[in-house]
Design a protein around this ligand. Structure first.
Ligand SMILES: [Zn+2]
Ligand SMILES: [Zn+2]
Length: 173
């Protein structure tokens, strides 16, 4: 009997965007999320010339050579007789986006992922192989021979409570 191919092993788990029905590989969904659901200036790193956005300074620096849209924008600038100073366009967010796995992108189940990749590849899946068991060994409790030290008592704050300090707490939420 021929076995169904394990597509999750080759393509990874399927991820879905937390804000729209977009789905695909994890890295693609992350890129999509940043491109469509995060304002440019909230992306960790971004380029105001070509609107490129990314999560590392390295990617930002290398996009100036490898990203066609950026290269074209530079050519347009130079054609119009303007000088191109890279540092005017490459930016780092002052307010970084708090990206949350599980909320902004959501991992799908093994079966769901397998089904998706199969339909993409035009493969008919007969049965879903069982997901591999986690390789962690069974947890066994070991008794602690020495009693743990009691925690140090909490220090009492000497700061006086003012209307302004209360306000600064409430504004956090
Ligand atoms: Zn989306
Ligand atoms: Zn750019």
């Amino acid at each position: 009997m021929d076995r169904d191919p394990d597509l999750v092993r080759t393509r990874g788990y399927l991820y879905v965007c937390g804000r729209c029905p977009f789905r695909g590989e994890k890295s693609r969904v992350i890129n999509h999320f940043y491109k469509y659901h995060v304002p440019l200036e909230h992306c960790d790193y971004f380029c105001t010339l070509c609107m490129f956005r990314c999560r590392s300074e390295y990617d930002l620096n290398s996009h100036t050579r490898g990203y066609t849209k950026h290269v074209r924008e530079v050519q347009t600038l130079q054609k119009n007789g303007q000088t191109y100073n890279e540092r005017n366009y490459l930016k780092k967010a002052s307010v970084a986006n708090i990206f949350e796995d599980g909320r902004d992108i959501v991992k799908q189940s093994y079966a769901e992922s397998q089904k998706h990749w199969a339909s993409r590849a035009g493969i008919r899946i007969k049965s879903f192989p069982k997901p591999t068991k986690p390789s962690l060994s069974k947890y066994t409790a070991t008794a602690i021979s020495v009693a743990p030290k009691p925690l140090a008592p909490l220090e009492t704050s000497t700061a006086t409570c003012t209307a302004a300090s209360i306000d600064s707490y409430t504004r956090l939420f």
